[in-house]
Every structure is written in structure tokens, then in C-alpha cells.
Design a protein around this ligand. Structure first.
Ligand code: SAM
Length: 271
């Protein structure tokens, strides 16, 4: 904590870089909740993205699970290698690491991180769409992103991200923490998001990717009724009949249509 406090005075200690989304954790309740939700056993393997100076790592390592860290900021090297001499670290932008260069996730992979705000959504997307398959994922993200990811149909937060997430995982929102829980304090609140990825076969995954392509343009006009939008973009389908079959109101807006109904509406054409 002293090191972090001093770092903000830029007196030779590590100064938080805004461009890397560095808001270091100072509130012990955050690692405690992440650990509780992740629920690791010694059989698990944990990937932590953005360990920074190791605020979460210190707690996670006590679980006895093996760990792998991914950090972009080489200035953390002396701290992390000294504190966690036995933990492997991949240096660089997590989103730029090609699938072949990722370490093996193993059978019981858990993923976590207090993520930088600027790349929270693409990191979630990477795990849900490309894998590797994790048993559980627990991230600290900006409040808006966590709430949107876990939002239910008909709520004000329900959005494309909600549909995307629910196609590939069960999502639960955890506690919200204010700016004072971090050094330096960000301008907005942060909320924990827990994801349990769904086991899907390749046909089911293909169906979801296909449906997402059709759902995306609808949410770009979320205040408009979905039926006229669909009639215009895909006139070959009898959409009023499809809506009737699925019990969807003809006046429904995208935000009123559940992920299950979207999946039923949009099936890939059979060969
Ligand atoms: N886990 C630490 C904590 O809670 O105090 C640091 C959290 S800080 C919000 C985000 C961390 O992610 C920083 O250490 C930052 O350098 C790292 N980071 C930022 N962008 C990254 C990226 N693209 N790939 C990997 N790490 C990244």
C-alpha cells in the first residue's frame, strides 16, 4: 500500500499509467470476493490477467492452485518475479497473444483479473468466443460493463453485450466498489462479474455466432420495433408468422426479446 501511495507522488516508485488502465486495488474486500467467487482448489489452474503489483495474486496463490500471470507492463517485472518466483508470467498485451502462444489452460481453468477499463469487453469476448474453455471467470470491470453483461431482457441495461454473454455463459453480478477502493481512484464505479461458460458443441456455437450477426444491427436501433427492421433487412422470411409462432409481440423492441427467443428466431440455413 505504501509503495502504491508513494507511486502517485511520482517519487521513483511505480507510477500508475493511465493508458494501461492502472487503478491498483487498495480494498481487501476485492481480492476476497474474487477469491470466494473463483473458488479455486489445488486441482485448479488460475490465469490472472493484469496482476500489476500482485494485489490479487497474493490472495490467489494461497489457494494452492497453480497460476499463470499475463501482464503488459514490464515495470512490474522486478516486483512480480521477486514476490512470485515460482509463477510463470507472459509479458505483453493479452489480446495480442495468439492462441498458439497461450499456455495450456488444462481441464480446470479459472480466469480472473481486475481488468483495465479500456479492454474489459474484448477480453470477455476472447474467452467466450475463442476460449480456452474456462470453468469460471471472475473479473472486476467498470460497473456499466458488468451490469450490461449480466442484464435480463426488458431491463434498461439489456443490450447486445447481454445477449452475447448469455449465448456463451451464465453471468452473475457481484459487489460494486467506488473509486476510493483503487489507487489512483477512477472516475466511475467498478463491479465484479462472474461468468460460467456454457459447454456447447460446434453446431450450437455456430448457431450462436450466426444469431449474433443478426442481433447486432437490431441493437444499433434499440428504440425501434424489431419487426419492421427485420422485414426490411431480410424480406424473404415471413417475420409476422415467426413472431406469432414464438409468442413475440409485433411491437417488441430488441430490448424486449430474450436471448432464447433470438436463438429461436435466427437459425443458420440448413445445407
Ligand atoms: N491486479 C492489479 C490490482 O488489482 O491492483 C492491477 C489492476 S490494474 C486495473 C490493470 C492491470 O492490467 C495493470 O497492471 C496493467 O498494466 C495491466 N494491463 C493493462 N492492459 C493490459 C493488457 N492488454 N494485457 C495484459 N495486462 C494489461
Amino acid at each position: 500500500m505504501n509503495r502504491l501511495r508513494q507511486s502517485n507522488r511520482n517519487d521513483g516508485f511505480i507510477k500508475a499509467k493511465k493508458s494501461l488502465g492502472q487503478n491498483f486495488c487498495r480494498d481487501q474486500r476485492i481480492p476476497e470476493e474474487i477469491l470466494r467467487r473463483l473458488n479455486p482448489t489445488p486441482q485448479h489452474h488460475i490465469w490472472e490477467i493484469g496482476p500489476g503489483q500482485g494485489a490479487l495474486t497474493e490472495k490467489l496463490v494461497k489457494s494452492g492452485a497453480s497460476m499463470h500471470l499475463f501482464e503488459i507492463d514490464e515495470r512490474m517485472r522486478p516486483i512480480l518475479t521477486q514476490k512470485f518466483a515460482n509463477i510463470e508470467i507472459t509479458w505483453g498485451d493479452f489480446l495480442e497473444i495468439s492462441p498458439e502462444r497461450l499456455p495450456p489452460g488444462g481441464e480446470h481453468l479459472l480466469v480472473c483479473g481486475n481488468l483495465p477499463y479500456y479492454c474489459g469487453t474484448p477480453i470477455i469476448r476472447r474467452f467466450l468466443e475463442d476460449g480456452p474453455m474456462a470453468e469460471r471467470i471472475v473479473f472486476m470491470l467498470q460497473e456499466e460493463v458488468s451490469k450490461k453483461a449480466a442484464a435480463q431482457c426488458n431491463s434498461s441495461d439489456y443490450s447486445y453485450l447481454s445477449v452475447h454473454t448469455s449465448f456463451f455463459a451464465r453471468a452473475t453480478v457481484g459487489s460494486t466498489f467506488g473509486p476510493d477502493s483503487f489507487i489512483p481512484p477512477p472516475k466511475i464505479n467498478s463491479t465484479i462479474l462472474q461468468l460460467e461458460p456454457l459447454q456447447l458443441n460446434s453446431a450450437e456455437r455456430e448457431h450462436r455466432f450466426y444469431a449474433l450477426k443478426k442481433v447486432s444491427p437490431l441493437f444499433q436501433q434499440r428504440r425501434k420495433m424489431a419487426l419492421p427492421l427485420l422485414k426490411r433487412s431480410m424480406p424473404e422470411t415471413n417475420w409476422p408468422a415467426r413472431f406469432d409462432e414464438l409468442g413475440i409481440d409485433h411491437k417488441a423492441r430488441p430490448e424486449n426479446i430474450s436471448p432464447e427467443k433470438f436463438l429461436a428466431l435466427f437459425s443458420p440455413p440448413q445445407p
